[in-house]
Design a protein around this ligand. Structure first.
Ligand SMILES: [Zn+2]
Length: 483
């Protein structure tokens, strides 16, 4: 009898737990947009019509007003999104490979692997850098992929829409889309430029223009700067229209009732707020603040604005929680679901978010692993564009330039443009934040097996190269990382 009761209890328990997961797993569509700063989107208050489609989706979703990237350029920040680790903890930057042990760990412990294990059908259509990343370390399962470093938003959306037409099975799907617009070269189709400017002479601006401006510390004429902004805005509008086509397709297929959509950027973009253009060179707010918009079916509070400070590292745990996957122990991010649902906020109250720059990108990094590259580095935008670390402990943003020891402290609430350096006014606060920053990086270097703020570890690099698949090495060569 006792056994029977036990069996019944177990059966009920089992049934109940099945019941709990009866709701089908949601599809997940992740839409990355390279170098998109939030304040150029309507939903973040921009007055120009750059983003009607993203805005419409955001009105039904939740909008994070204080979301930050972990680094001001693609490679480390996107790997943070894939792994929920800060760059100095995953160890992947342009100057460094992490230890091989770390690579093995990252290959098994990333968003794509976790979702594949949870039964997701995965498809990645990626343009630009995020595409290159797949080949660097992750042996990802993909149905199809979009290769090429200079594709086009229209092609990307066509691939996504065709896939939704033909390949969708009964399994939940995870679609990863990565748009290169509005990254340089700014060269929007003419019809989009006409929305923002009819008369401008400059129809495109490429990366070498940015590098030249940053290297020479040129201050651009107001008209030139405005032309750049017009091009950038037109590129955003182009990406937005194409993203709108994908959203419409999801709607037509009646998938929006069971699909989570995440819109995010890998970093921001500067227009000489602190003398620089484009990205990669500093950690001021214009370089690291990103849009983060999450659309969920059955959202209890459509249009909710969330003010807590969040980071790239929080995206993976949020998606894993939605997919019913137990959160891995060794991640650094937190699931944003409590914030989205308006529940517990306590753990976010004292939240600190970090950003890092361990590479001087005044020179473009394609040739980072080529011999002789170190010599070229002498001509840079200055010592303070490398080995920079920052911590946001709201409302404070503290930036530490490791090479010169210089520090900056800004109050993001009273001085969001970061004009007044308060280090001398609050030396103790600055000292405390510096210590937190140092400890954070000490722990991360241990995790990564390499210190991305220290001298390059040539032995570790050799070990990595010895262990990489031949296919990956060929990819690295074709992308110019290796000779
Ligand atoms: Zn980028």
């Amino acid at each position: 009898m006792g056994n029977l009761v036990l069996v019944l209890v177990f059966s009920f328990g089992f049934l109940f737990s099945c019941q709990k997961h009866k709701k089908p797993l949601p599809n997940i569509v992740m839409i990355g947009i390279d170098a998109l700063r939030p304040d150029h989107l309507g939903i973040y208050g921009y007055p120009r019509p750059t983003s009607p489609n993203i805005d419409r989706l955001a009105e039904k979703g939740v909008v994070f007003e204080n979301a930050y990237s972990t680094a001001p350029f693609t490679l480390p920040s996107v790997i943070s999104v894939y792994t929920s680790l800060y760059p100095s903890a995953h160890g992947i930057s342009f100057d460094y490979f992490p230890s091989w042990e770390r690579v093995e760990y990252l290959k098994e412990n990333n968003l794509f692997q976790f979702l594949a294990q949870a039964g997701y059908q995965e498809v990645i259509f990626s343009n630009g850098w995020a595409n290159a990343l797949k080949h660097m370390l992750f042996n990802l399962k993909t149905d199809l992929e979009f290769k090429g470093m200079s594709g086009d938003a229209r092609q990307l959306s066509d691939l996504a829409i065709n896939w939704l037409d033909k390949n969708r099975s009964r399994k939940p799907f995870f679609m990863f889309l990565y748009y290169l617009e509005p990254h340089t070269p700014y060269q929007p189709p003419e019809r989009y430029l006409e929305i923002f400017s009819f008369k401008q002479k400059r129809k495109r601006a490429n990366l070498s223009f940015c590098l030249r401006v940053n290297r020479n510390r040129d201050l651009l004429e107001e008209d030139t700067l405005q032309e750049l902004v017009n091009l950038y805005d037109a590129e955003i509008r182009y990406a937005d229209e194409e993203i709108g086509r994908v959203i419409n397709k999801l709607e037509e297929e009646r998938l929006l009732d069971n699909t989570v959509i995440v819109i995010w950027a890998d970093h921001g973009e500067a227009f000489q707020e602190h003398g620089y253009v484009c990205h990669s060179v500093k950690l001021y707010r214009e370089f690291i603040q990103i849009p983060l918009i999450i659309y969920l079916p059955d959202n209890p509070s459509p249009g909710r604005r969330i003010k807590e400070y969040v980071s790239h590292i929080d995206i993976m745990p949020t998606l894993l929680e939605l997919a019913g996957v137990d959160l891995p122990e060794k991640i650094q991010g937190k699931s944003l679901l409590p914030l989205i649902q308006g529940r517990v906020k306590r753990e976010f109250k004292a939240r600190k978010v970090f950003a890092e720059l361990s590479y001087d990108l005044v020179y473009f990094p394609y040739s980072a692993f080529k011999p002789g590259f170190q010599k070229k580095r002498k001509k840079t935008a200055g010592p303070e564009c490398k080995y920079v670390q920052s911590i946001i402990s709201p409302p404070w943003h503290y930036i530490w330039y490791k090479e010169t020891g210089r520090e900056e402290l800004f109050n993001l609430e009273t001085d969001p443009e970061e004009r007044e350096n308060l280090v001398e006014k609050y030396p103790e606060l600055a000292g405390r934040l510096r210590e937190i920053l140092k400890e954070h990086h000490r722990q991360n270097a241990q995790l990564a097996g390499v210190d991305v703020f220290g001298p390059p570890n040539k032995e570790a690099d050799k070990e990595i190269l010895k262990n990489l698949d031949r296919e990956v090495i060929n990819q690295l060569k074709s992308l110019g990382y290796l000779r």
